[in-house]
Design a protein around this ligand. Structure first.
Ligand code: PMP
Ligand code: GLU
Length: 391
């Protein structure tokens, strides 16, 4: 059967695929320690569920404005002002079906065939394929563990060509946990502003998970000029453990927001109406849920990093943000005679019943990503099994 070429240019999301594989094994009764998919193990807070139930009862069951209902967009503006020092008006906001959808709209709105998108690597699995679907060219900027998995300003300046249209920033980063400091963002903003028509897409979905007193800084908050060149993307998925609800949003200069809304009006129309009402509640009165999650995940972060560093041939730096341990298994891979991290990943799943995601999926061969958004017991047992399997 002949399918469009764009289908052949991409692969299914490896994180979603790894999670599906683990889930299938669990369904067969295999006792799997699942450290694959990146989503909080906590349930959505009760007050958000109640708001959705009430919204359903009140009849929020119809189409809304394609950008999301006005009260939601106002609540998003309020949140951006309160948490990020960003001033937007509701006509600059587009609510979508998750951050993934917001990112997709942003690429669709900006990328023409052959345009380049700079993506620091290791990167979240979906960025390069999203760019490819839009006929763009992903250009990787390879960061090193020694530099904390952050690019240097020089690397970014050197990578820019007359075809570069977008620089992707994901801080805190999935999979490395890197949190980009204000100084780095300031230097990058200066570089971006030297080039007409170069935009930043800033994926801030892990903003609530920054550890050790660090501060999340949105590049758009540095000054008005860089804000005019930035599309801020965020979601309720991580902050309120709402991955399955599918609600994300973008804040952008009005012409870009209009373009994204136009595209969305021809695809999904609006995110689910009653989810929008629940999202207003969460954004307006977040309560202490995000802070409690941060405390819990901070504890688990130390637990898994310590346990991994106790395994011969494994080295894991302490992530600054998000909920992933991104550990170097290269020595273990060589010692065991595996071809690569994919083979190690399969081995750990089949022999130790520990499900992880291979670093190669994030552009980092020799690494594994282990989500610590799971129970302490699972983390401890996973580390024990990995140690045993690699002994
Ligand atoms: N960006 C990053 C960096 C992610 O890890 C994820 C995965 N949840 C997304 C975007 C997509 O988020 P959502 O579930 O809101 O679509
Ligand atoms: N972002 C999460 C992850 O990296 C969820 C899966 C996905 O959307 O790719 O595991």
């Amino acid at each position: 059967m002949r399918l469009a070429q764009r289908v052949q240019r991409i692969k299914p999301s490896p994180t979603i695929a790894a999670a599906a594989k683990a889930r299938a094994l669990k369904a067969q009764g295999v006792d799997i320690c699942d450290l694959t998919v990146g989503e909080p193990d906590l349930d959505t807070p009760e007050f958000v569920k109640e708001a959705a139930i009430q919204a359903l009862r009140e009849g929020y069951t119809k189409y809304t404005d394609a950008r999301g209902m006005e009260p939601l967009r106002k609540a998003i503006c309020h949140k951006l002002e309160r948490d990020n020092g960003l001033h937007y008006t509701p006509d600059q906001i587009v609510a979508s079906c998750g951050a993934k959808h917001a990112l997709f709209n942003a690429f669709q709105a900006l990328i023409d065939p052959g345009d380049q998108v700079l993506i620091p690597a290791p990167y979240w699995v979906s960025y390069p394929d999203m760019v490819s679907v839009c006929d763009g060219e992903p250009v990787l900027i390879l960061t090193t563990e020694e530099n904390g998995f952050k690019p240097t300003p020089q690397q970014i300046a050197d990578a820019i060509t007359d075809r570069t249209r977008v620089l992707l920033i994901n801080s805190p980063c999935n999979p490395t946990g890197a949190v980009w400091e204000r100084e780095l963002l300031e230097e990058i903003a200066q570089i971006v502003l030297k080039h007409d028509d170069l935009f930043v897409i800033s994926d801030e979905v892990y903003e609530c998970l920054v550890y050790d007193g660090r501060q999340h800084v949105s590049i758009a908050s540095l000054n008005e000029r860089i804000k005019e060149r930035t599309i801020v993307v965020n979601a309720l998925s991580k902050t309120f453990a709402m991955t399955g609800w599918r609600l994300g949003y973008a804040a952008a200069p009005k012409p870009i927001a209009d373009a994204m809304a136009k595209i969305q009006s021809q695809s999904t129309t609006n995110p689910t109406a009653f989810v929008q009402v629940a999202a207003i509640k969460a954004l307006q009165e977040p309560g202490d849920f995000p802070r409690k999650m941060l405390e819990l995940y901070n504890f688990r972060r130390h637990l898994i990093v310590t346990a991994l560093n106790n395994i011969d041939g494994v080295k894991c730096r302490t992530p600054e943000g998000a909920f992933y341990a991104f550990a170097k298994f290269q020595e273990a891979i060589e010692r065991k005679g595996f071809k690569d991290d994919y083979e190690l990943c399969d081995y750990l799943l089949e022999k130790a019943h520990v499900a992880t995601v291979a670093g190669s999926a994030f552009g980092a061969p020799g690494y594994l990503r282990l989500s610590f958004a799971t129970s302490e017991d699972t983390l401890q047992e996973a580390a024990r099994r990995i140690k045993e399997a690699l002994a």
